[in-house]
Design a protein around this ligand. Structure first.
Ligand SMILES: [Zn+2]
Ligand SMILES: [Zn+2]
Length: 149
């Protein structure tokens, strides 16, 4: 029983995950929610995660999905992205990166960190403000939507 959940394909090398595992009581629902998020790297919303995860666990409720996603985000196991229409997307990728939100299809894309790796240093140099983390999203039209215009 104790080691059952170790089999799930979750990134255990993630420091935040190890921290979370120590402080939060193990829950089967939460493991499934995390696994679903990791397997669907499209920055899904809570509703999308719910729709995928409940195929595996029909007893899962939307409220449980919301509660667990928020807890995981508060513990820095996952990241929350506020979108254009007020919807909230979730990201399993904790490595530094930026986002691009398409104003047409509202999809959230990753933008590699190396387009501007020294942004935090520049903020510190110019303003003396020390950046601890950031949530930077570009807005525009994605390649897919550009094709149809
Ligand atoms: Zn688009
Ligand atoms: Zn991302």
């Amino acid at each position: 029983m104790i080691d059952n959940h170790k089999n799930l394909a979750i990134n255990k090398n993630n420091n935040h995950y190890q921290f979370y595992e120590r402080v939060m009581k193990y829950s089967k629902q939460r493991e499934l929610i995390l696994k679903t998020l990791q397997e669907n790297v499209i920055h899904p919303t809570a509703d999308e995660i719910y729709n995928i995860a409940r195929q595996e666990m029909p007893s899962l409720s939307l409220a449980t999905v919301y509660r667990n996603l928020n807890q995981l985000a508060e513990n820095n196991v996952i990241r929350k992205i506020e979108s254009l229409d007020g919807s909230v997307h979730f990201d399993h990728n904790l490595c530094n990166h930026y986002h691009f939100i398409c104003t047409q299809c509202h999809k959230v894309y990753d933008v590699p960190y190396d387009v501007a790796p020294d942004l935090a240093d520049k903020v510190l140099a110019k303003t003396g403000l020390l950046v601890e983390n950031f949530d930077i999203s570009f807005k525009g039209i994605c390649q897919n939507c550009k094709k149809f215009n």
